[in-house]
Every structure is written in C-alpha cells, then in structure tokens.
Design a protein around this ligand. Sequence first.
Ligand SMILES: Cc1ncc(COP(=O)(O)O)c(C=O)c1O
Length: 294
Amino acid sequence: VSRIASIDGRIGPLEEAVVPVLDRGFLYGDGIFDTLRVYGGRPFASEEHLARLARSAAALRITLPVTSSELLREVKEAIDAAREPEAYVRVMITRGAAREASLAPPSGLRATRVILVEPVRPPSRETYARGLKAITLAWGRGNDASLGSAAKLLSYVTSVVALEEARAHAADEAIFVGPDDRVREATASNVFVLDAAGNLLTPSEGPGVLGGITRGHVLELACALGLSCAVESVPKAAFATAREVFLTSSVREIMSVVRIDGVAIGAGVPGDTARSLHRALRLRAGARGPAPWE
Ligand SMILES: Cc1ncc(COP(=O)(O)O)c(C=O)c1O
C-alpha cells in the first residue's frame, strides 16, 4: 500500500474509495481542502496547513466534524498506513451528503472528511533545471467572491482552464493578474519577484492571493539570509525588469519562471536567489537527497 484514502476516519486503498453522489462536494463544490507534503515520513508544517483548513471551513461556515487535533491524528494515521516516506497529502472537507440535491444546505448535515495520501510526484529534474514558461491572464481565483482568496475552495476549475490556456500558448503555467494590473498568484502557487534593485517582493494575501504556507516560510528564510524582502503589491510591469521570478507551493517547493508572455526573465535561466532559498527550504522541511535540479 502506498495510496491511501481515509474517509470519515476509515482507512482503505485509494482505488476503492468512494463518496456518495449526493455529497455536496460533488454536487456543488461545496467544500474546502488543503495540501501538504511528507518528508522522510514526517508531514511538514502540518499544523499550519490544518489551521488554514479550519479558516477555510469557517469562511464557508462549515463546521468541522472533528477537532483540528483529531484531524491531525487521522492525517498522521493515514500517512503511517501508506508507508510512503515521500508523500503528498490532500485533506478535503465537504459540507456533507444530503438526502436530496437542493442548493440550500439542509440543517443537521455532518461534514464529510477525506484524507488522501499518495507518493509525491514533484516536477522532473529537467523542469527544475530549465524553469517554467508562463503566461499572464487577466482573470483568476477570487475575482467574484472574497471567500475565494481566504479559503482553498474545492473547485479549481479556474486554474484548470488557465493551465489549458497556458498549454495552448506553449507555456507551462499561468500567472493571474488583477484588473489593476497587479500580480496575484499562479494556478496553485504564490509568486515572488526579485526586482532590479535586488529586493524580493511578493503580493500581500487578500483577494485572489492565497496566504501560502510555503510563501510564509520562504519570506522568513529570505530575511534570515539577509535579503531585503517586502510583502507589497507587485505591478505586472515588474516582470519586464525582474532579475528572477519564482513560484512557491507545498508540492513544487520553489520553481523558477524563466519566461513570461514570451519575454525572458533576467538571463532566462533559474536564478541563484531561488536556488539558495530552495536549499534553505528543503533543509527546514527535512528533505533528503540532492536538490531537485541536481
Ligand atoms: C491558489 C494557490 N495559491 C498558493 C498556493 C501555495 O500554497 P502552499 O504554499 O500553502 O502550498 C496554492 C497551493 O496549492 C494554491 O492552490
């Protein structure tokens, strides 16, 4: 076993895991999730991820069916059951399964909880070595509802379509830009820019910008490495003169972007700042082995 699903506390093989069609997560995308990574059998920043999960649930007025500490215990049980030291964990909470499909949630529903554990599938060594090509898109998550920025809502259809759009432009990733031409985030990661003066910038969390856990760790590490770093609004025009651009997320850790809308960033190869921060992040997470681009 290395692919596990725990549904409402019952652990079984992922291939056999099912939730009812009347579950509101399936019917309406009425739920939230969080993703974390396991290094050497130990989840990294699990408390931060479960705290964000609880905030996401609160934003949707979903009552968690068990306490956060019980949920953490179930997450660890699922990780142990998978016996997969380098794993990806996805914790999902839906508002629950009703007796009939009706948009207004009936009272007395009990939220469904699903924990998936699988071997992590990070991008290839070549991808890390080369960096990504991205396009910018003037739309994105959280444009229509303030909910969408605070919470990791189940539906990522916006990001899915954005990735299709990127692919149609022979790119790997899409970066969302707000109507004010301010950089928001990528399809499932936060954006950092090392500007021409050597300042490391990342947009503040808020509408269309998720408060990424990796982002928080990278900011701390950047300060510790003596970089000048700031959480502030970043205009799209900053890409034109940036020395480096990189993305952060639990699964990909740090991934350089070397070309945006067809224009090279800096020298057009992954930069030294991204590399140093990536090494520091992996050290903090307890990752073993060579850096992913080596
Ligand atoms: C939209 C979005 N922004 C940012 C992130 C990065 O968050 P984290 O570093 O907590 O994984 C994610 C992660 O999946 C995401 O989906």
